[in-house]
Design a binder for this molecule. Sequence first.
Ligand code: PHE
Length: 334
Amino acid sequence: NDLLKEIKELSAASAEEAEQLRIKYLSKKGIIPQLFNEFKTVPNEQKKVIGQAINQLKSLALEKINNLKEQFEQSQPVSDVTDLTLPGTVVPLGSRHPLSIIRQQITNIFGRIGFSVAEGPEIEDDWHVFEALNFPPEHPARDMQDTFFITQNPDILLRTHTSSVQIRTMEQQKPPIRAIFPGRVFRNEAISARAHCIFHQVEGLYIDKDVSFADLRQTLLYFAKEMFGQDTRIRLRPSYFPFTEPSAEMDISCTLCGGKGCNICKHTGWVEILGCGMVDPAVLSNCKIDPHEYTGFAFGMGIERIAMLKYQINDIRLFFENDIRFIKQFKAES
Ligand code: PHE
């Protein structure tokens, strides 16, 4: 009975100690095999009780010592070269590019009022970038666009605006159409702090029965407030685009001074952020949409411009240099 208690309370501080215990109790000359030897001398009438007791001792000792051993096997280092106490290797987490963050915000804002997203090719033909948008050949407005041609063939060009995707959408889909068109565009302009030969646009198009200029204004006011804060005001100034009539340019009240006058708004209180207008009936006809049945509005903005205003960035070239010290400052909302 003492031995039973002793075995129950066995403990070991290392694998070697557990092995020592095995030798002491279970090896050929250990305590328990000794007991089996002595068992021969036990009188017959006691054999049953004592036999059971020794067997119980043996299985208890086996179990106990095996458990002790297992415990050390598990806590042994996986291998000699793995030091589990070393601090982990830092895996740097990337961040999203500020242009991606702003594009996502614009997409979400218009998504909430039912605009879907469509994309199209960057290498385009004359029809989708100019002709269908009411720029006839030799039209002076083509010069405003500083087009890159990539071969001798003037029909193959880099799109100068994502209005080309508006045309592709109208050619493929029947109204009602409510979509925005984010994408990269190209213009042969000298690179400076304010202009780049590559930039990003989001254009928008809404075509249905009885769409009015008031719908355009209210949609853009909603956008401006969601993007720049609920206090933001807008104003529309008459402008010209071949594919919209009437056309307008939209200003928002300055995000920095709220309209009082500062460097960002050049002391006017307003900053221009986009072009817009009612889709010209000729453009609808070009896409086989009946202008007597349907009307629509369109708008287009530069993502860089919105990002520069929102984050107060003063040089457009920063977006394209991929300097990690610049890029990692921007955090997505979700
Ligand atoms: N496509 C015009 C541009 O690139 C922007 C625009 C789109 C203006 C839609 C009016 C309507 O400058």
